[in-house]
Design a protein around this ligand. Structure first.
Ligand SMILES: [Zn+2]
Length: 451
């Protein structure tokens, strides 16, 4: 019998204490402290976003740990690292090579957005480089200096380099899911399920972003739906604005666009990647092709780059970004950030939301309290207004959402992941809105126990 614990921020497993400093009641701010033998590890040290941003506090002693283990490079999993370093953290920072490369881009961008003086930012980034320790997938490592624990990084299929962490300490076997992707996602390998059955798992902490929802769309459906949205938007001859997370979502979207353009299903649509971070991360993806799934690797070996196609433009300079708005005829603009709370998308929305021919296409989860969520809520309403970047903006654009493009597993996919874990672990849920966590606990508990 497995017991699931939604919205619980403290767990005790034998002699191991697990404390959730964030993400116990929300999808952002993942930071989990694992304590045993007077030692402590931090699994992720993210930032709160959306509504959570104002509530989120980095605990005073968060930096007093022996190691930090990153599951992946998203800001809500790594964004508090500069604070911890500033407070004196000097231990190792573990992650896969791809995660460390992405974290470097994300952290540097975060410091820039917070207007941290350049010299301080450089010092913090140098310190990050000095402390970073790359970890290979599936290798059982038995030493974090001075800590008696073994751990292994397992594919999580969420973004490039993402991992679930298997940790054995004080005879307890624990799995921290990190964020889990959808199986068979473009470019990425499917999350790891081949857990050793030689011993049972005692504790699982798992994400539950879509614990109450099924995406109902396969990756092929997503591509067809994207084609439909693009055809309709192209008839209006306006801008198609895609608020996209620079990491993961942008590359998945490029993959689908590539397929549509190269098969001739979408023609004559200029696509602008208007996010310097998105460009940098796309380059990082290119540098870690060995982590791609079989399908993408096969395409590359046939000479087809899945992230490149004609009519794709990189927009680095902000002056060029401004000019995109004057472009006549249909154009797709991918701009950050993904929930419209900052970045270049804000200016585009202020200018183009009042224009009837504009289409805003959401490709990711919009957390409560974010501008993206407000735009979704106002969709289809007569004379709607939304606050964007502190400005009241009339909304005449039409709004589309492609939930299947999500980088997160849905309820059934989370279920399949958890079913593959051996034993009868205590299962803590996090990284989900309270309703999603409770709904998943109820759904999972109502099913027969897995074999
Ligand atoms: Zn993530």
């Amino acid at each position: 019998m497995r017991e699931l614990f939604p919205t619980t921020s403290q767990h005790r497993v034998g002699d191991v204490d697990i404390t959730l400093h964030g993400a116990s009641h929300s999808v952002t701010g993942s930071m989990t402290r694992v304590e045993f033998d007077g030692k402590a590890l931090l699994i992720d040290c993210g930032l709160g976003q959306g509504l959570e941003a104002s509530r989120f506090r980095v605990p005073d002693d968060a930096h007093k740990v022996d190691a930090i283990l990153f599951t992946h490079g998203h800001n809500d999993h790594v964004g508090s690292l500069p604070t911890l370093i500033e407070r004196g953290y000097v231990g190792p920072i573990l992650g896969t090579r791809a995660t460390l490369a992405i974290a470097q881009i994300v952290l540097a961008d975060g410091l820039r957005l917070q207007r941290v003086p350049r010299r301080d930012a450089e010092r913090l980034m140098q310190e990050f480089d000095r402390l970073a320790v790359p970890v290979a997938y599936d290798a059982l490592a038995d030493h974090i200096p001075n800590v008696a624990a073994r751990f292994a990084y397992r594919e999580a299929g969420h973004i490039l380099g993402s991992a679930s962490i298997e940790l054995v300490a004080k005879d307890k076997r624990m799995i921290f899911s990190g964020d889990l992707g959808r199986p068979d996602s473009p470019l990425l390998r499917t999350y790891f399920q081949a857990w050793s059955r030689n011993s049972n798992v005692d504790f699982v902490l798992m994400e539950s972003t879509y614990g109450d929802e099924c995406h109902a769309q396969s990756h092929d459906d997503v591509q067809r739906e994207l084609e439909r949205v693009l055809q309709r938007a192209m008839q209006l001859r306006g801008h198609i604005l895609v608020p996209a997370f620079a990491i993961g979502r942008t590359q998945t979207l490029l993959y689908h666009l590539n397929a549509l353009v190269e098969s001739g299903r979408v023609q004559h649509l200029p696509v602008a990647i208007d996010t310097p971070m998105g460009l940098a991360v796309t380059e990082t993806y290119d540098g870690f092709r060995s982590l791609f799934d079989r399908e993408a690797t096969d395409r590359i070996s046939r000479g087809d780059d899945p992230l490149q196609f004609d009519d794709l433009y990189a927009v680095n300079k902000s002056s060029d970004s401004l000019r995109l708005r004057d472009h006549a005829g249909p154009m797709l603009v991918i701009a950050g950030n993904g929930m419209c709370t900052g970045g270049r998308i804000v200016g585009h929305l202020q200018e183009l939301l009042p224009v009837e021919s504009t289409c805003v296409l959401f490709v990711g989860f919009q957390a409560p309290g974010t501008t993206g969520r407000a735009i979704q809520a106002a969709a289809g309403k007569h004379q709607a207004h939304v606050r964007v970047g502190g400005q009241e903006v009339a909304m005449r654009a039409h709004i589309e959402t492609l939930p299947g493009l999500s980088a997160h597993a849905d309820r059934d996919e989370l279920t399949a992941w958890l079913d593959a874990v051996p034993g009868s672990p205590r299962v803590g849920l996090h990284h989900g809105e309270p309703d999603a966590q409770r709904s998943f606990a109820q759904f999972y508990g109502s099913r027969p126990a897995p074999p």
